[in-house]
Design a protein around this ligand. Structure first.
Ligand code: AMP
Ligand code: MG
Length: 304
């Protein structure tokens, strides 16, 4: 998944459980990767309009993505892949595409065209998907399941910015999770104290390049424009009970922007969030405010 992962567990069965979790994550990579030709997703992307049978993992992730696409009005859209490729975010060969090229690629972006029937998926010819916005969250949920069913009730996992805190620390205190700062001049934004939660951050700072025009282009694309989302939000952290949902939401809310992200939270609920704006405001939802400590002397706005 092109990222660093660290899994730490405590207790009698911990090593064995961690080995199984790592095995599961590696197997997921094999079925979900867009760069492994035999993966479910590669087969789907090269299907040229034919119906493809996919495994349970790919199916679950695609279904969840469609649910969040629907609820976010298309801010999350896994059919964004052709646009991501044009920007070079899939290969690292970055360049800003011409606006005409983006306009024509956007004709291949529309999550409502994904059809699921039983365990088969059909994409229109020319369409392709990338599960990068939710796969790590799903993987962290799978790892959590394995650890818990192996009897582990004390662990902390970090799958490239997707943190899963199981139980509390070995000393009985809540886990302390540092939330990364989108700003270069500070090490981290603040500390969350949590038990049994997923904490997932999406940020413009995570992957970007500087274009020939000197502008910064980051990896989260607004499916309406085909350009990296520029709405005043620099990073979003989502705290909740489901790894895949937190991951899907962190990406979607970053695209939605400050106002719409708050609307989404008020309407749908079921999670807490921290929004960080380009002008260095930190906004946290009321359900997590008491568990968050700012690392700087900036004010934290609490919303209800
Ligand atoms: P995350 O780090 O979870 O926010 O996921 C970001 C990744 O999701 C990017 O690196 C792309 O692979 C992919 N992506 C970018 N924009 C979108 C979007 N609007 N909808 C779905 N996936 C996206
Ligand atoms: Mg995400």
């Amino acid at each position: 998944m092109d990222t660093l992962m660290s899994l730490t567990a405590y207790g009698d069965n911990a090593q064995d459980a961690l080995d199984k979790a790592a095995e599961r994550i590696n197997a997921l990579e094999q079925s979900l990767s867009v760069t492994i030709p035999e993966s479910d997703i590669s087969r789907l992307n090269s299907s040229a309009g034919a119906t493809v049978s996919v495994g349970e993992d790919a199916l679950t992730i695609i279904q969840k993505s469609l649910e969040i696409s629907e609820k976010s009005g298309g801010a999350l859209d896994i059919t964004i892949y052709p646009v991501l490729k044009a920007w070079g975010f899939t290969t690292g060969e970055y360049s800003a595409p011409a606006s005409e090229e983006l306009a024509s690629l956007l004709e291949l972006v529309d999550y409502t065209k994904i059809h699921i029937n039983g365990s088969t998926v059909t994409l229109p010819e020319g369409y392709s998907v990338d599960l990068g916005a939710l796969a790590k969250g799903y993987a962290s949920g799978c790892a959590e399941d394995i650890l818990r069913s192996s009897g582990v009730d004390c662990a902390i996992l970090n799958l490239g910015g997707n943190v899963c805190a199981i139980g509390s620390r070995p000393d009985g205190e809540p886990w302390k999770v540092a939330v990364a700062s989108p700003f270069e001049d500070e090490e981290y934004l603040g500390i969350l104290t949590v038990e049994d939660k997923f904490i997932v951050t999406s940020g413009k700072y995570e992957r970007f390049f500087i274009g020939e025009d000197g502008r910064k282009y980051h990896h989260i694309i607004d499916p309406e424009t085909g350009y990296p989302s520029e709405n005043g939000l620099a990073a979003v952290t989502v705290i909740g009970e489901s790894g895949i949902e937190c991951d899907a939401l962190s990406t979607a809310l970053l695209v939605l922007g400050e106002e719409k992200a708050q609307e989404y939270w008020r309407k749908n609920g079921g999670f807490e969030m921290i929004l960080v704006t380009e002008d260095k405001r930190t906004i946290v939802t009321s359900g997590i405010a008491e568990n968050f400590t700012n690392s700087s002397d900036r004010m934290t706005e609490v919303i209800n």
